[in-house]
Design a protein around this ligand. Structure first.
Ligand code: PAF
Length: 284
């Protein structure tokens, strides 16, 4: 595995690989790699001949009250994990080469970025869209893998690619879950062992909703209220939001229409840790 720090060098390598008819797959991360990231790399390996992993803790997606400097950066450990996972190129730039002096152009997402996580973290998705676009231009991939775990981010990146005519195929990687159904996330390390087992309630809530939708309940608000009640009944858990969206547009959905796909989004505090989860479901 080759480690590249400079955008121009990464671009030159990507150009050369493309000339040699290599299919390039990219996985973008902020490091602190875990099982979830490794599953994205595995999927990239299946889809592409050359896998590029990016590690960059993007300051533009952190709000003023979020502690960018405390974000974990276990670089040596990430290098070892990436190497073992079969990454060909690790692109790990410094802040200054991504956002040099005089940098001022950023992307502005639409309404899709203002609800849910966007409401909680104003400007966050504009920062994500900006860095993802820059990393597309630097790594020049044919395919990019993003996790379904961050469903709103995935929807925004799909919108970005379509709206800006970006020449890349976005592939969604399924959520990796622990034995009790808890979705693998970098935030899970902050859960106590008791909270970790209580957090299984999120997956039970999603499965309940999936059953209700499959059994023909069309009132999605009723189902969302049931899920919230189930989760809030666990002493450590407090629901922030439980909402159905249309899978394609990410617009809020209140009533299910036959054969349409929906996604149930959850944000739940488990102790002081805010957990996200979601599940796609198809109405009968
Ligand atoms: O999902 C993440 O880790 C980040 O939002 C991403 C896509 C790497 C952009 O910084």
């Amino acid at each position: 595995m080759q480690i590249i720090n400079e955008p121009e060098q990464m671009q030159a390598i990507a150009d050369k690989l493309r000339l040699n008819r290599q299919l390039l797959g990219v996985v973008m991360t902020m490091g602190a790699l875990h099982e979830g990231h490794l599953s994205l790399i595995k999927l990239a390996r299946e889809r592409a001949g050359t896998v590029i992993l990016t590690i960059f803790v993007n300051p533009k997606q952190f709000g003023p009250s979020e502690d960018l400097h405390r974000y974990p950066r276990p670089f040596e450990q990430d290098v070892a994990l990436a190497n073992a996972a079969g990454v060909d190129y690790l692109f790990a730039p410094e802040d200054g080469s991504i956002y040099p002096e005089h940098f001022q152009t950023t992307l502005q997402c639409g309404a899709i970025a203002e609800r849910f996580e966007g409401q909680q973290r104003p400007g966050h998705f504009n920062g994500v869209a900006t860095i993802v676009t820059k990393l597309f231009n630097i790594t020049k991939p044919h395919t990019a893998i993003f996790g379904e775990k961050d469903a709103q981010q995935l929807a925004i990146i799909r919108r970005l690619v379509a709206d800006m005519n970006l020449d890349v195929t976005v592939v969604a990687a399924p959520i990796i879950r622990e034995v009790n159904g808890l979705a693998v996330s970098s935030r899970n390390i902050y859960l106590s062992s008791h909270e970790r087992s209580s957090a299984g309630a999120l997956y039970r809530g999603l499965c309940h909703a999936e059953q209700r939708v499959a059994n023909g309940e069309h009132n999605l608000q009723t189902i969302a209220a049931e899920v919230a009640e189930m989760i809030n009944a666990i002493p450590e858990c407090r629901v922030d939001y439980v909402s159905f969206v249309e899978e394609e547009s990410f617009a809020l959905a209140e009533r299910a229409k036959a054969s349409k796909e929906y996604r149930l989004l959850l944000a739940v505090f488990c102790g002081s840790v805010r957990l996200l989860d979601n599940m796609k479901m198809r109405a009968e």
